[in-house]
Design a protein around this ligand. Structure first.
Ligand SMILES: Cc1cc2nc3c(=O)[nH]c(=O)nc-3n(C[C@H](O)[C@H](O)[C@H](O)COP(=O)(O)OP(=O)(O)OC[C@H]3O[C@@H](n4cnc5c(N)ncnc54)[C@H](O)[C@@H]3O)c2cc1C
Length: 277
């Protein structure tokens, strides 16, 4: 059995839209929404970029036709940013416009730091139309300011710790520091944002968020990656909390899988993550 097929049944839904649709059904039947991403990043081939945009349009159709509870998450470097900002903007609008007609919510994933300003600019340019949200990484020193500015404009934030390797000039590189900044930004969101997503598997943070949700009137959603602590997410859903599971699918699995392997920082976690069903 190849590593691809091992992981395809675990961290990834599989190669096709049908595989994604099956996983969404499973997640929905456990009381959670889904956030689906078509794998791919740093694309420079126009033909492949066009096919990626078309894939997202077909995914929106499939979610809508199956009446599934699912958002979509897009990376700006898979829809043209690696060629030009204009191309990424045009493709983003195409996806967002189509999703709006079908009632599907579109997130922008956040990628490495050299793309953050463009991603935020692209997001801000259509923020007022609604139906969109953006991931913000707590390891970046700029992020609290970004969250304040976006929240004041009505932006919808999905707070994550951050998955790329960044330099200490711009990022908190120690786990304690990025976790502390996550809590700072989370506290701000509870105070100021009517609806946001806390995307982490850090159970201490989730416990604190549950306590804060009792104090504030915000709508918090908890989000986790496919097959990482998903039983805990399903328990949260049964207790009445909103939960989402992030489901990647497609054939370009290497970058995503490498980031997950790096985070499952010991062999025990890696083996358990691959073998546990
Ligand atoms: C819904 C969602 C969307 C995301 N979107 C983005 C994005 O757009 N941009 C971005 O940069 N990052 C994104 N991430 C990834 C995120 O930035 C972190 O890299 C990742 O979530 C690990 O950090 P953590 O918050 O879970 O905390 P950590 O402190 O890293 O982990 C907490 C605990 O979770 C468990 N755990 C974490 N990872 C694994 C694993 N691979 N296998 C097994 N156990 C594990 C461990 O037990 C660990 O102790 C997303 C994460 C989620 C949940």
């Amino acid at each position: 059995m190849s590593i691809e097929s091992l992981l395809a049944g675990k961290w990834l839904a599989g190669p096709s839209i049908n595989d994604a649709i099956k996983r969404i059904s499973l997640v929905n039947s456990n009381g959670c929404r889904a956030i689906v991403n078509y794998l791919g990043e740093d694309l420079t081939n126009r033909n492949y970029i066009d096919k990626t945009v078309e894939q997202y349009i077909q995914l929106i159709d499939a979610i809508s036709a199956n009446s599934q509870k699912s958002d979509i998450s897009v990376k700006v470097t898979q829809i043209g940013l690696s060629i030009s900002e204009e191309m990424a903007i045009a493709n983003y609008y195409k996806i967002v416009d189509y999703a709006g007609k079908k009632g599907v919510f579109i997130w922008l994933d956040m990628e490495s730091s050299n793309t953050v300003s463009s991603t935020i600019k692209i997001y801000e340019s259509r923020l007022k139309n609604g139906n969109t949200g953006i991931a913000i990484q707590s390891y970046l020193k700029r992020s609290l300011n970004d969250v304040i500015r976006l929240t004041e404009q009505g932006g919808v934030i999905r707070l994550v710790k951050g998955a790329y390797k960044e330099s200490p000039e711009i990022a908190f590189t120690r786990w304690e520091d990025k976790t502390r900044n996550f809590r700072n930004i989370m506290n701000y969101l509870f105070e100021k944002s009517p609806a946001f997503t806390i995307a982490t598997h850090d159970l201490d943070i989730i416990r604190d968020a549950i306590n804060l949700s009792r104090k504030y009137n915000s709508h918090v959603t908890f989000a986790m990656l496919l097959e990482i602590k998903n039983r805990y997410a399903y328990e949260l859903a049964r207790s009445g909390f909103r939960c989402s599971i992030y489901i990647p699918y497609g054939t370009k699995w290497v970058d995503y899988t490498f980031r997950r392997l790096r985070e499952a920082s010991n062999l025990h976690l890696i083996l358990r993550s691959i073998l546990e069903r």
